[in-house]
Design a protein around this ligand. Structure first.
Ligand SMILES: C[S@@+](CC[C@H](N)C(=O)[O-])C[C@H]1O[C@@H](n2cnc3c(N)ncnc32)[C@H](O)[C@@H]1O
Length: 300
């Protein structure tokens, strides 16, 4: 029995862009627990969905029994060209980045620092995991991961300490890793968040290649948008949001400039500032507190 407890984030805000529109063709690149897709299907739209998580495939099968208009691909969204260009373009494309609550609760994935799981953090089924990073990366790579993806200023000190610790005993669980962080003498940034948050974020981003997946996707997505289609992206941390913000800014429609570059497409930016979840939504679903939604309208 698969639990479907992922509450879709900012769904009212997302649906407001397609209010009164019928029969749209929608690409949900991060199907997860199917929360957003279900909302689209209930309104009679056609959904094509991606997710690399096996549970998503099963949830999609269940949705298919009730709604016929859904096609699911168990794949990474960076592979969106598996949809043949001439065959399909979309009126709305959604990315709701990161991991789902179902994945957060999964002890085998071990994303939470509250549960003593084996070091893993791989929620997309790729080849890398956090154990491999912590126990086999060299000092430069460890430092890169913690500095770039965890924004830990003392990344060099942390990398050296990890290498020293693992030389006597492998670091195998989330709790052992937290112990290493605690004893490292590294000054973690914020008093507001758990001191392991940044290091966990860094390992998760590296393990799942999160930022690269997003960048590869963004290079291709314009090929899949109908004229006047919407591209909506929800991100949960500043590194992702920075990539999304730059993408829209660099591809903002400006007819003269775009013509000079021999490019005839661009986006009208519909969210000058990113939309955030309402106070009520944050009260009901704490995970929505860090969500940022940016939306662009595709002009061609
Ligand atoms: C925040 S959840 C999406 C929840 C979904 N919108 C819902 O309402 O149920 C993010 C989902 O995206 C998936 N995901 C993240 N990065 C992915 C990628 N590069 N390719 C495919 N799926 C990805 C995760 O496996 C996870 O299920």
């Amino acid at each position: 029995m698969i639990k479907n407890q992922h509450i879709p984030i900012m769904s009212n805000e997302i649906l407001s862009f397609i209010h009164n529109k019928k029969n749209l063709s929608i690409l949900d690149c991060t199907f997860g627990g199917g929360g957003h897709s279900k909302k689209f299907l209930e309104l009679g739209h056609h959904v094509t969905a991606f997710d690399q998580d096996k549970n998503s495939f099963r949830i999609a099968e269940i949705l298919k029994q009730k709604y016929k208009n859904i096609i699911f691909y168990e794949t990474n969204f960076k592979n969106l060209d598996i949809i043949k260009l001439d065959q399909k373009k979309f009126n709305f494309i959604l990315l709701d980045l990161g991991f789902s609550s179902l994945q957060l609760d999964d002890k085998d994935i071990g994303l939470s620092f509250k549960t003593n799981s084996k070091l893993n953090m791989n929620y997309l089924g790729g080849n890398l995991n956090a154990y491999e990073i912590i126990n086999h990366y060299n000092q430069d790579d460890l430092q890169r991961v913690f500095y770039l993806y965890g924004q830990i200023n003392q990344a060099e000190k942390l990398a050296k300490y990890i290498i020293n610790q693992r030389s006597s005993k492998k670091i195998t669980t989330n709790f052992e890793f937290i112990e290493v962080l605690r004893d490292s003498g590294v000054n973690f940034r914020s008093k507001k968040i758990h001191f392991a948050t940044q290091a966990f974020q860094a390992l998760r981003i590296e393990t799942n290649n999160e930022l690269n997946n997003l960048e590869i996707f963004l290079k291709k997505v314009h090929n899949f948008l109908e004229i006047n289609a919407y591209l909506a992206i929800i991100s949960f941390h500043s590194l992702e949001d920075r990539i999304v913000k730059s993408y829209f800014r660099d591809n903002k429609i400006n007819k003269n400039k775009n013509l000079e570059n021999n490019r005839f497409w661009g986006f009208e930016i519909l969210t000058k500032k990113p939309l955030t979840a309402s106070r009520i939504e944050v009260l009901e679903n704490n995970r929505s507190r860090s969500a940022k939604l940016r939306v662009g309208k595709f002009i061609n």
